[in-house]
Design a protein around this ligand. Structure first.
Ligand SMILES: [Fe+2]
Length: 185
């Protein structure tokens, strides 16, 4: 389950407290449990699934996509699978380490591994949200944020799109604070 970190090392893991802090930014966080299926678990364990394996994996999660398609008009989804063995991983991550916005919502359903989204709050303070398997996050268009991996450098997430065009980083130039890496909770 997701937890929120502050630059001084404080952490919050209570979902309602996290929602209260992120509400003013418009970030939505939900729990979408991963279906307990043996084949799905095996597919999730693959470090670098080939396209056919990715499609089989996405098929298990299709009801979620249908829900987003019919309620919010989402048109497509794909699987992003990052791991240390992915060629060009660091260069890819570099694009999202700085504060940026998008012209479209950034929606991610984390299904394996973990990642960190950083946000700027209305008082200009900064927080980082570590998302884990089963966390669904919607970062609204225009919200300043950044993304990085945890030391495990491994995540699988479903990305949902209304259009591909809206999902490029627009850098804001705001420096990101240094966050103390604490122990996992
Ligand atoms: Fe982003």
């Amino acid at each position: 389950m997701a937890f929120l970190s502050f630059p001084d090392g404080r952490r919050i893991s209570d979902p309602s407290e996290i929602r209260t802090i992120l509400d003013p930014v418009g970030v939505r966080l939900e729990r979408w449990p991963i279906p307990a299926d043996k084949e799905l678990i095996a597919l999730l364990a693959l470090e670098r699934p080939v396209p056919e394996e990715s499609e089989r994996l996405l098929a298990f999660l299709e009801p979620r996509f249908e829900q987003l398609r019919t309620t919010l008009g989402y048109q497509s989804r794909d699987l992003v699978s990052l791991s240390p063995s992915l060629p060009g991983l660091e260069a890819l991550l570099e694009r999202f380490l700085s504060c940026h916005t998008h012209d479209d919502d950034e929606i991610r359903y984390v299904i394996e591994g973990e990642g960190i989204f950083g946000f700027v709050l209305p008082d200009d303070s900064q927080v980082e949200l570590t998302v884990l398997a089963g966390d669904y996050i919607n970062v609204p268009r225009g919200a300043e944020h950044w993304f990085r991996l945890t030391p495990s450098r491994r995540i699988k997430a479903v990305r949902y799109f209304t259009s591909r065009e809206g999902w490029v980083p627009l850098y804001t130039g705001r420096p990101v604070l240094s966050f103390r890496e604490g122990t996992r909770i």
